[in-house]
Design a protein. Structure first.
Ligand code: CDP
Length: 193
């Protein structure tokens, strides 16, 4: 069976948590596509070469979740050749036998326009920054500024900008706990299976 769940949305909206929960619930494979861009940014050097030669070791770096790695990721993610180098891997993952969940920014719009389920997860910048602050700590004002700056860059780039697919279901988690958000996403998948 081929079945793709595309989860997109801005920084720290809860895409990863929802994606992992859906994958565990239905036995699907899960790909955090942001980790690919974080690994390219963290590798340094020519980002296009880094994307073309990305290895499992690059993806296992312990420093990929830092604010600096997020910023570096969104800078390299604006380069069309970087995105092109990562496209095939993501598409193959999405159509692998047994079902797949991918979370990112352009899954429903560019990587898998034919995904069976598309969810755009969002929340207010303040709620998202608070969640990211719980994860990384530091100065809360700096975390909010980082989230806003990265969203602006991701939404305004020319190649594969962050936006909901026309047929995506919008899931605003500003006032939803994680269990309620996951339950909504599970219901969307069940309805389509
Ligand atoms: O976890 P968080 O939502 O903060 O970020 P992430 O999903 O790890 O993505 C890091 C950065 O990679 C984003 O800010 C985007 O610039 C880029 N990205 C992208 O362009 N396309 C994707 N499919 C996934 C991430």
């Amino acid at each position: 069976m081929q079945f793709t769940v595309a989860i997109d949305g801005p920084a720290a909206a809860g895409k990863g948590t929802i994606g992992r929960a859906i994958a565990a619930r239905f036995g699907f494979a899960h790909l955090d596509t942001g980790a690919l861009y974080r690994a390219v940014g963290a590798k340094g050097g020519d980002p296009v070469l880094a994307a073309q030669s990305l290895s499992a070791a690059d993806l296992a770096r312990p420093d990929l979740r830092t604010l600096a790695a997020g910023q570096a990721a969104s800078r390299v993610a604006a380069i069309p050749e970087v995105r092109a180098a990562l496209l095939d891997f993501q598409r193959r993952f999405a159509r692998a036998e047994g079902g797949a969940v991918l979370d990112g920014r352009d899954i429903g719009t560019v990587i898998c326009p034919d995904a069976e389920v598309k969810i755009y997860v969002t929340a207010s910048p303040e709620v998202r920054a608070h969640r990211r602050w719980l994860e990384v700590g530091g100065d809360p004002a700096l975390v909010l500024a980082e989230v806003k700056e990265r969203d602006a860059r991701d939404m305004n780039r020319t190649d594969a900008p962050l936006k909901p697919a026309a047929d995506a279901v919008i899931l605003d988690t500003s006032a939803l706990g994680i269990d309620a958000a996951v339950a909504r996403a599970v219901a969307l998948v069940e309805a389509r299976l």
